[in-house]
Design a protein around this ligand. Structure first.
Ligand SMILES: Cc1ncc(COP(=O)(O)O)c(C=O)c1O
Length: 398
């Protein structure tokens, strides 16, 4: 029997990067040593005090339903923590706990976007933005990034050029997956002005706000007129190595947060009770494991950047945030007579076992894009394997 699916299911996108993981696993099952740079996951365990708090909560009977927007102690602790790091004045009313950072994307869009509204979003970018815009019948307006001597900058012209009276939302991912782009003061202020001038609601995806090797995190919410139109996507996944726990939050003005919590009622009722107590231990506990993790990731980043820049036709600058590298491989591909970055990916994978994603896993390339990029995550691979794997790639590319 052929199943007649609802039309809307055809508009749902996916994370095609998962297909790369499956391909790498298949190759590994044949006995080949695979170097997993495709994974945006951490091979570093959740700190013990956080895991213990969860076990304790289960023993204490925190196993029933809990309030839809989250347990009050966690909402209060998060409000205090975010107020401090973003220079805001928040209360628990500004916080809706979620099953990870990802659900904030769809719930923000469903709360504020009508069919036919236009949404500016980054491309390359996290693929769920485009999926949720399309699913909810919005019109996606992708904006790209410009490679500079020190990394990547927002293509401000593409943002300004595409704003029309129908533009209602802007999605902004500072400390960006996949390019690690980080706005300087000027760029962020200019973007904030554009949002106020054009009356846009903003999703500030701050998944990597704390994954910094230099300086302190900066949020667009600190500019005048921004907090009242912005929802922060917050996640415990990266800072506390809790990707599989599924814990995050939407943080923003109370009316929007109430609308988002209404989706919680309709979807999951509440986020796991005992996982939220673990989150409380994370927010209020020692940051030593986090600092240690940043040290480990910094060492991996430096090793990977050094190895990549030794390769013929490959160049990458050292990003100050995230755990991704987005090297330009245009010349390396030209040297090999390749024009399709997917072919390049497969060639490297099968010749060396080095597994990574490419620019094309983060959205359809925009008109006029000529440069080719790959994305390497160093969050799930140890330094000796980084050196070994990228050494093999260097042997191949020269
Ligand atoms: C840019 C960005 N936003 C959101 C998320 C979702 O994070 P979570 O695992 O907390 O759902 C990710 C995950 O990798 C991400 O890269």
């Amino acid at each position: 029997m052929s199943i007649s699916f609802a039309e809307r299911t055809k508009r749902l996108g996916t994370e095609t990067a998962f297909a790369v993981g499956a391909e790498a696993a298949q190759l590994a099952s044949t006995g080949v040593k695979v170097f997993p740079f495709h994974l945006g996951d951490l091979n570093i365990p959740t700190p013990e005090h956080i895991a213990e708090a969860s076990s304790r909560a289960i023993k204490d009977g925190k196993t029933g339903y809990c309030p839809t927007p989250g347990i009050l102690p966690l909402r209060e602790a998060l409000a205090a923590d975010i107020s401090k790091s973003r220079n805001l004045d928040l209360t628990a009313d500004n916080v809706s706990i979620q099953t990870g950072g990802k659900p904030v994307i769809g719930k923000f869009i469903m709360s504020l976007m009508n069919p036919g509204d236009e949404v500016l979003y980054p491309n390359p970018g996290y693929p769920i933005y485009e999926s949720m815009i399309n699913f909810n019948e919005g019109i996606g307006k992708p904006y790209g990034f410009i490679e500079t001597a020190t990394g990547f900058a927002l293509d401000m012209d593409a943002i300004e050029r595409q704003i029309t009276p129908r533009t209602k939302l802007l999605i902004y991912n500072n400390y960006h997956n996949p390019t690690s782009a980080e706005s300087d003061e000027n760029e962020m202020e200019k973007l904030a002005d554009i949002c106020v001038k054009n009356d846009l609601y903003v999703l500030s995806d701050e998944a990597y706000f704390d994954m910094l090797y230099e300086g302190t995190g900066k949020s667009i919410t600190r500019f005048p007129g921004l907090f009242e139109r912005t929802v922060i996507l917050y996640t415990f996944s990266k800072k506390f190595a809790m990707t599989g726990w599924r814990l995050g939050a939407a943080i923003g003005p109370k009316p929007i947060i109430d609308a988002i919590s209404l989706f919680n009622v309709n979807d999951e009722s509440c986020t796991n009770n005992f996982v939220q107590w673990a989150g409380l231990a994370a927010i209020t506990g020692s940051l030593e494991p986090y600092k240690k993790m940043i040290g480990i990731l910094r060492e991996r980043r430096d090793a990977a950047v050094e190895m990549l820049n030794k390769m013929n036709g490959v160049s990458v600058s050292t990003p100050d945030s995230t755990f991704y590298l987005f090297p330009n491989v245009t010349k390396a591909m030209q040297n090999m007579g390749l024009s399709d970055v997917e072919e390049f990916r497969k060639f490297i994978l099968y010749k060396t076992g080095v597994s990574f994603t490419t620019r094309d896993h983060f959205g359809t390339p925009l008109p006029g894009e000529t440069q080719k990029y790959i994305r390497l995550a160093y969050s799930g691979i140890n330094t000796p394997e980084i050196i070994e794997g990228l050494g093999k790639m260097k042997e191949l590319l020269g």
